[in-house]
Design a protein around this ligand. Sequence first.
Ligand code: ZN
Length: 162
Amino acid sequence: MADLEELYREIILDHYRSPRNRGELESPPAHRVEGFNPLCGDEVVLSMVVENGTLSDVKIAGSGCSISQSSASLMSSAVKGKTVAEVHQLIHTFKGMMSIHEAMLGQDGEVVDEEPEPIDFDKLGELAALQGVVKFPVRIKCATLSWNALAQGLEEVAAEAS
Ligand code: ZN
């Protein structure tokens, strides 16, 4: 497992040092969402374009800790060009990975005997690198910040279109 952890660490560092899809899109036409994690001070500004049911472009701005920044970068490369339905599926899978250990640990930190939903790691690809974050519960909000902003953005875009 040490090698895998090393690989995961390298993926996270790589996305932190060379963030993908960095910047902002002109809004409008792009939809803009801001997210803030007061626990750590992470900020994310997400601009996205949904065309014909596809998330055709996404850019990330903002600043914060290495986990929040690399998670946003990993997310942007994972979701860009995917259909909205596929993006929703990925958000669900990712948040499942982030909440799994949280759900297994009860309120007082005792282990709750509950069978977790299996995670499809093949579908996650490089995103699986972030699974180590669940060992540090205070960082989970760092990792999910951009994903929550993305989910909110998709909801707002859908509401505008209807
Ligand atoms: Zn953070």
